[in-house]
Design a protein. Structure first.
Length: 169
């Protein structure tokens, strides 16, 4: 049974990571809406590797480190340096699988589901500029590092994942 913990009394500075994760999920849904591209209804953020058990959009925190994006993690940094987060944005979608009769899906069905994964990969990569804008004036931050990977279909799902390294606002 999960325990509910009250966080409303925690200072806003103590909730910077929560704000980052909320903002990242909002940015993903916003950019897909701007392209009129549908996203799965299940959308959330979490820490660590998400379970892929349905069509979903998940923003997950992979790690935090001291220093600006791209700085060597093993290099000493002063305590006043920015904090950097590595997050992944995963979009899992159902793909055609071998039917109950053991027959492979048609090439057309495979290609059709691949088109949506290609759209997901492109829109995610096109959205990286939104992950470097954290002030209210629309100015750019310290820069980001972004890669998009597409997994091979597994368990009836294919996952397009963008890893983004960005400063925590």
């Amino acid at each position: 049974m999960a325990l509910a913990v009250e966080i409303s009394d925690i200072s806003s500075e103590g909730q910077n990571l929560i704000n980052l994760m909320d903002g990242a999920l909002e940015r993903v849904t916003s950019i897909f809406q701007s392209y009129n591209a549908p996203l799965p209804n299940r959308q959330y953020w979490t820490l660590g590797t998400p379970t892929i058990d349905c069509d979903q959009v998940v923003v997950s925190l992979t790690s935090l480190y001291l220093g600006p994006p791209g700085s060597p993690v093993g290099e000493p940094q002063r305590c006043h340096m920015p904090r950097t987060a590595v997050i992944t944005i995963s979009i899992a979608r159902s793909v055609p699988t071998v039917g109950q009769n053991g027959k492979a899906p048609s090439a057309e069905k495979i290609e059709q589901s691949s088109k949506m994964s290609a759209i997901d990969a492109w829109i995610l990569m096109e959205s990286i500029n939104l992950f470097d804008q954290w002030d209210s004036n629309g100015g750019y931050g310290l820069g980001v590092i972004a890669t998009v990977d597409v997994s091979e279909p597994e368990g009836g799902f294919q996952v397009v994942t963008m890893e983004v390294t960005l400063a925590v606002p």
